[in-house]
Design a protein around this ligand. Structure first.
Ligand code: BDR
Ligand code: CA
Length: 305
């Protein structure tokens, strides 16, 4: 059996980020977590990441990242994810302290050996700051799997997805940096919906992680992420796109965005592929199998044997 891929996960938990964190524990060698402000404040995303690691019995360093986007004011999504970022939970302080190394330094250190894999499930502020601090960094990133953007409209504005819109300058820097990247946007994540059957499966499993994630999923359903057939599991798609590529179809392309503060802010434009740009767009998911993996990880996040 091949060893699971080693990754750094940059995230803003966030309900679907919590599912992605558990998928990362189960299906990857999760070396480090960096947090970013997005769904909620940096204090909350960092506390949540530490709490989820403790809940899952995992000891992964959590590095605090950017507290605001590069050039625009931060905007939270607490109406969807709850005041704490984890539904109704008032996230307790974890006994596991956060790392005293910040996210940007952690990302640069992580990539030092080259061919690093990063999964990002929030605004790309930390990644862009790391590129600004070390412009040679993109040469040492093997691939970035990012949840954000989309090809067919947005969820925060008519044209832009939340992670792209919140920090369009960071997205622009990342897309131009030369980092090989696959975009798991709304066109893809809206195929991966979880609803009552998955809530029931989590409740009947009865593990600590499963019961809590069932609560989060119920909150997510009641507060904004309403789709007829279930709630989109955005963030786990980027993670599983790395670990289970056979469940996703991607097209080579060239992605650009707009930083101008008008109706196109943060919109992702998917152009003809260019030979010198390594961008891919995920277009199709084997939803039943992807959902099955997410539920497995939520029930038991211990690494797959
Ligand atoms: C993305 O925005 C956040 O609210 C979710 O966690 C996900 O990363 C979906 O647009
Ligand atoms: Ca997220």
């Amino acid at each position: 059996m091949t060893a699971p891929p080693r990754i750094l996960l940059d995230c803003d938990p966030g309900i679907d980020d919590a599912f992605a964190l558990l998928c990362a524990l189960k299906f990857t060698g999760l070396d480090a977590i960096t947090t970013v402000s997005g769904n909620v404040s940096i204090n909350n995303t960092t506390r949540n990441a530490r709490f989820i690691m403790e809940l899952a019995g995992a000891d992964v360093p959590v590095h605090r990242g950017a507290s605001a986007p590069l050039e625009v004011d931060g905007v939270a999504a607490d109406e969807i994810h709850g005041a704490s970022g984890l539904g109704k939970l008032k996230t307790p302080e974890s006994a596991r302290p956060e790392s005293n190394v910040g996210a940007v330094e952690a990302i640069i250190d992580y990539c030092a050996g080259g061919d690093a894999t990063i999964v990002a499930t929030g605004p790309l502020t930390n990644i862009a700051l790391a590129v600004q601090q070390d412009p040679t960094l993109p040469e040492r990133i093997g691939h970035l799997f990012w949840m954000g953007g989309g090809t067919e409209g947005g969820n925060v504005t008519e044209r832009a997805e939340f992670n792209a819109w919140v920090d369009p300058h960071a997205l622009d820097i990342t897309l131009r940096s030369g980092i090989p990247l696959t975009m798991f946007g709304l066109n893809l994540t809206h195929q991966v919906l979880m609803g009552q059957p998955e809530i029931d499966a989590l409740r009947s499993a009865g593990t600590a992680t499963a019961s809590m994630l069932a609560d989060f999923l119920e909150f997510y359903r009641e507060n904004g992420a309403r789709h007829v057939a279930g709630q989109p599991m955005h963030d786990p798609c980027a993670l599983l796109g790395l670990t289970h590529p056979d469940l996703f179809e991607t097209n080579k392309s060239h992605i650009v965005t707009s930083t101008i503060d008008d109706e196109d802010r943060g919109r992702t434009f998917v152009n003809e592929p260019q030979t010198n740009v390594e961008h891919y767009v995920a277009v199709r998911a084997n939803a039943p199998q992807v959902i099955d993996l997410i539920v497995q990880a939520a029930i038991d996040p211990t690494p797959a044997a």
